[in-house]
Design a protein around this ligand. Structure first.
Ligand SMILES: [Fe+2]
Ligand SMILES: [Fe+2]
Length: 265
């Protein structure tokens, strides 16, 4: 795990998960140093110890005021229970749906919850964050946040891409643009396979809010930082309904792979 500073007032906890056949998916959480500090997502369950060590080296648990979940998938909730327990001042910011899904894993009393819907805003004392629904998502509870005061947009799984290595990358501009584009298109078909069936014109309408934000920095949970890149990110999304659908390996492929591991007689 690495700690980086990808945008003003933002600390990132950068991790990665290897997905066989696809590559290394960045898994990023973010700490926003607002007047009322906010943690965005809580890392992988498999990295819990390192995540908590790095997080509490960056902020005192008693200072944390908000824990925002982009959505309650397991690669985002790894240390949620531990952070909630250690930071008694902090409220969990999620949707009604997110609250319900998190409650399957462990109970959270309503006084620890703040329900935020797309189109609504949250005041962190020195700035107001705007909540939106990203154009592609793999959970009905998904939202993103835009911080107009710093030009930073947090987009959840949207814009993610598996990388060739697990090495830290500080800006997608450091990678060949065609490689990033291909990896992002692949990720859309993996994470949001429904995109193949959308009405193209209506899908393109859903890109408009992000175009209007015109953020300087896009911070996806599954992509290195993207700076001054929103036009090409939106072009990538606009074409994603026509990308080849992803089909995962089947049983025959698994058996062929296992046979390759058997010792020769
Ligand atoms: Fe997800
Ligand atoms: Fe995810």
């Amino acid at each position: 795990m690495h700690i980086t500073k990808p945008a003003p007032d933002v600390l990132a906890l950068n991790d990665a998960a290897e997905i066989p056949g696809l590559g290394f998916l960045p898994v990023n959480s973010f700490l926003v140093h607002a007047e009322q500090p906010m943690l965005i997502d809580t890392g992988l369950p498999t990295s819990r110890e390192a995540f908590l060590e790095q997080l509490w080296s960056a902020i005192d648990p008693s200072d944390l005021r908000w824990i925002y979940l982009t959505h309650p998938d397991r690669d985002h909730t790894g240390s949620l229970a531990e952070v909630m327990a250690a930071a008694p001042q902090a409220k969990l910011v999620t949707t009604f749906m997110g609250y319900g899904i998190v409650g399957i894993d462990f109970p959270i009393t309503p006084d620890r919850i703040y329900l935020l819907n797309p189109g609504q805003s949250l005041d962190l004392g020195d700035r107001t964050l705007t909540c939106f629904r990203p154009p592609v998502f793999d959970s009905p509870a998904t939202t993103g946040l835009h911080d107009a005061s710093t030009g930073t947009c947090f987009t959840s799984d949207c814009f993610g891409a598996p990388m060739a290595t697990g090495d830290l990358i500080e800006d997608i501009a450091d990678l060949p643009a065609d490689d990033v584009l291909a990896a992002q298109r692949l990720w859309v078909t993996v994470d949001s396979p429904w995109v193949a069936h959308v009405d193209r014109a209506r899908f393109h309408d859903t890109l408009q809010p992000l175009r209007a934000f015109d953020p300087t920095t896009v911070l996806s949970t599954h992509l290195p930082p993207a700076r001054d890149a929103m036009p090409q990110l939106l072009d990538m999304l606009a074409g994603s309904p026509d990308a080849d659908p992803f089909v995962g390996p089947d049983q025959a492929a698994l058996e062929a792979m296992l046979a390759g591991f058997e010792p020769a007689h």
